[in-house]
Design a protein around this ligand. Sequence first.
Ligand SMILES: Cc1ncc(C[n+]2csc(CCOP(=O)(O)OP(=O)(O)O)c2C)c(N)n1
Length: 673
Amino acid sequence: MPDTKPNSLDDLSINAIRVLSMDAVQKADSGHPGTAMALAPLAYVLWTRHLRYNPHNPDWIDRDRFVLSAGHASMLLYSVLYLTGYDLTLDDIKQFRQWESRTPGHPEYGYTAGVETTTGPLGQGVGNSVGMAIAEAQLAATFNRSGHAVIDHHTYFIASDGDMMEGISHEASSYAGHLKLGKLIGFYDDNHITIEGDTDLTFSDDTAKRFEAYGWHVQRVEDANDLDLLDRSIAAAKDVRDRPSLIIVRSHIGYGSPNKVDTAEAHGSPLGVDEIKLTKEALGYPSQEPFYVVPEALANWRTMTDRGARLEAEWQKRYDAWKAANPEDGKELERRLRGDLAEGWEALIPTFTADNGSVASRAASGIVLNAIAPKVPELVGGSADLASSTNTIVKGAPSITPESYAGRNFHFGIREHGMGAVMNGMSVHGGFIPYGATFLIFSDYMRPAVRLASVMKRHVIYVYTHDSIGLGEDGPTHQPIEQLSTLRAIPGFTLIRPADASETAEAWRAALKHNGPVALVLTRQKLGFIDRTKHAAAAGLAKGAYVLADSPGGDPQVVLISTGSEVALILEAQLKLAAEGIRARAVSMPSHELFASQDAAYRDSVLPSGIKRIAIEAAHPMSWHRWVGDSGVTIGIDRFGASAPYKEIYEHLGLTVAKIVETAKRLVAGTPA
Ligand SMILES: Cc1ncc(C[n+]2csc(CCOP(=O)(O)OP(=O)(O)O)c2C)c(N)n1
């Protein structure tokens, strides 16, 4: 039961969240009122007594971060953003879940001031929070000077039962515990209810013990309405600086609703007009008018705008003093936060020559990464325990450890999904271009985070190696087939599969200049050197596809298109076809997406209309139809691979020069298959 006196200022302020939440869900006839109602006191204590933010400058870099990992309870966040005076109006609240409103069903990064990351897929927000806390710790370790703490903020998240059940929260929390992220504070909304009913049906973990075992500091608040206990617990969590904190809050979903409290019904449906009436009565709310916020309560919340401005102004003074004492650091931090690359970094990109011999694109990638690293300090990352295979270590640079947060080499452990979510958190925090590496096959293990990077348009780089059957003996479990097509299907995602070392260098250039998620898809096996004195320059990669070798002796009769390791096959096929009097053009197409973004004239200059096309790629052919059309042919793989030396697998699966030649001859002759 509430410890606030009915109609006290605290009580009215807390009930404002409950009223806005249930009324908005009712008006939309869709949404999740129960958790917002239950956690209103927590939001009140956190946002009025602890969280450091300025509603009038949501981008203040040293603000505390807040992540609602239980994104379905979005009305909790929208209510608080409106009440504290962010750029969100009561009309926006009334537009909850409507087309182009600033109050979408789940919090969406970039649409609503004060929303730090997109949440909704459960568990991701916990991972994002870990990334944000790492970003804070790294920037602090890099830029703070004694007597000048310009980066010094906390990261808070609210997680529900669903967040806790999802594996990703385990991965991320385990990593956070390992790194001893002392400024990360999570709340677990322990309400015993999920969609199918009581958690007795599904969940008997001892969450406190689990988090203690991860190395977290754990507290319990047995009554979500106990403002003082919440306050004290948060204060205690802030005092614990040597490990992350979890505060387990026993709450009652749908709190205030006489008939729906503690039921799954309160989770994801409007309470109903009658029940809302009863709830407002039970809460002793002074009005039945929908969306009514008592003026004194609004005024109370709005004192947060002055508080926020004051907090930022105090920080600004510290920042100015720091910048005056450390002008170069000041410029560097501001550059990184703007997302600009430092001058001169491109000059460090190496050139590969015949002397380099055959090089696997994963190895070339490692060389490029190491070459550019000194001028791109914001490029930090690592792999999910595959660094020696993915070539993603920056040599000579320290690793990030609990003792040294400034280290740029990350060891994410075997936690691909957590890695993806941490990268997103670091990216939305600002100041970083995170990269994360694993085998292409295990992109599946992190796909939900990759998808969210795309939803949020974040500049993150995935280094995916061992990109096909070309990895050989590890067999079908490790050989990607459908991954290229399924990654290409993600809107806003850019995939680059370079054909040789020179294209790999260009791929890194493109990835750093791009403003969105990019995957570099690289081989385990060595790739031959493509002689750029005879063939077109690899700089063509920037346009996604380019004519690598045009048909000798006249206009092409057929266009051969390929990516990555199979480009060598089309070059050989072109020569064989020429010997038989057939003019074939060889097109390297490392990136469908970059090519698709070129104008029609350029696309037509590479793939002239009316000329039949053959694509070859050691992967599922699904993503190729757009480029070969109905009259063309894709030579791909629509079965799982096999465990054998890779050249044999290529032969057995028909990815051969002979197959290309035979197909080209058939197409040119117009003979049906
Ligand atoms: C990855 C993922 N799976 C499933 C869902 C659908 N979903 C939304 S909320 C929820 C569980 C609700 O229980 P809980 O997490 O305890 O939230 P509460 O009911 O307490 O608000 C589920 C399964 C989701 N949003 N994300």
